[in-house]
Design a protein around this ligand. Structure first.
Ligand SMILES: [Fe+2]
Length: 304
């Protein structure tokens, strides 16, 4: 097991890429409360894992918590946080992080990811804002990611965020910022393919060039989602519609360039019947099978 130096202290990363590889693979679905009755009655085989925002479940008790635990006993769970505010001005919520550590252990969740952004209201409004792309912000955010990893005792992944206006103090591109943060923090990258597409339209760049510049050896997890087309040059990352064909094309390109990794379908609004969601999850799995030999490991390219 590799040890990483974090601010002069030795931290053992309990979850290494090889372990993550064996614990998590295939295609997953965001586990929303309204889906629990149908999934409790029988999980479609194509769903290999679930994802939740731990903030929505961490203090849950009673019958809902029992039904949730029954699902996570049988199917791996990824935790994708909403409120940590890695780029925010207030100190990290260490009480939350210690509760999160227990939650990850109880549910044997192999991966915790957070947005590479900050919350607009001390972490409680869940309105995710972009971090200015500056050298100072790289140092600041990387330090907070390392602090998070230190408390959790495991490496985390950060997700490339969608954003709508650049900051006037930006000193580097989004791609340079993402690369600098994951390198300095020594963390993993959670690559949201739809966010790359949305940003490429809104900020007029080639999404394939962006993906070619991503640190492929840091990617462990991916998201697919739908968005809202406000106009030809403004897309809004809503997670409220089906995935569109250009994003499916981009997923194929991503698997070809970066490798196949566990990939989740996000759907948070206008939620259709489970069968419709399963059709999209199955399409992710089908693309994965085309780009990955049957017995290879999803994260084989990762070096921890
Ligand atoms: Fe995402």
């Amino acid at each position: 097991m590799r040890r990483s130096e974090v601010r002069g202290r030795q931290v053992t990363f309990h979850v290494l890429s090889v372990e993550l590889d064996s614990a998590l693979r295939g295609a997953g679905l965001g586990l929303r409360r309204e889906l629990i009755p149908a999934l409790s009655a029988g999980k479609p085989e194509v769903i290999s894992f679930y994802e939740v925002a731990p903030e929505n479940w961490i203090d849950m008790g009673g019958a809902k918590a029992k039904a949730f635990r029954a699902l996570t006993e049988r199917t791996p769970l990824v935790c994708h946080g909403l409120s940590l505010s890695l780029g925010g001005p207030t100190p990290l919520d260490e009480v939350f992080l210690r509760k999160l550590k227990s939650f990850l252990k109880v549910h044997q969740s192999p991966l915790y990811t957070e947005h590479l952004s900050y919350c607009s209201d001390d972490g409680h409004l869940y309105d995710l804002m972009p971090i200015p792309f500056t050298a100072e912000a790289v140092t600041y955010v990387a330090k907070r990611i390392r602090q998070t990893q230190d408390i959790l005792g495991q490496r985390i992944a950060v997700e490339n965020a969608s954003f709508y206006t650049g900051s006037p103090i930006d000193e580097m591109s989004e791609l340079e910022f993402v690369n600098a943060v994951v390198t300095e923090a020594d963390c993993w990258l959670h690559l949201d393919v739809n966010n790359v597409y949305v940003n490429s339209v809104n900020h007029r760049y080639d999404p394939r060039d962006f993906l070619r510049g991503i640190p492929a050896d840091r990617v462990v997890y991916m998201h697919m989602a739908g968005h809202y087309r406000e106009s030809d040059d403004l897309l809004v990352d809503t997670h409220g519609a089906d995935v569109i064909d250009p994003v499916w094309d981009l997923l194929e390109f991503t698997y070809r360039e970066i490798g196949v990794h566990p990939t989740l379908l996000e759907r948070d609004f206008n939620i259709p019947p489970l069968a419709d969601l399963v059709t999209e999850v199955a399409r992710i799995a089908s693309v994965q099978h085309r780009f990955q030999p049957a017995n290879s490991h999803a994260n084989a390219a990762i070096h921890s």
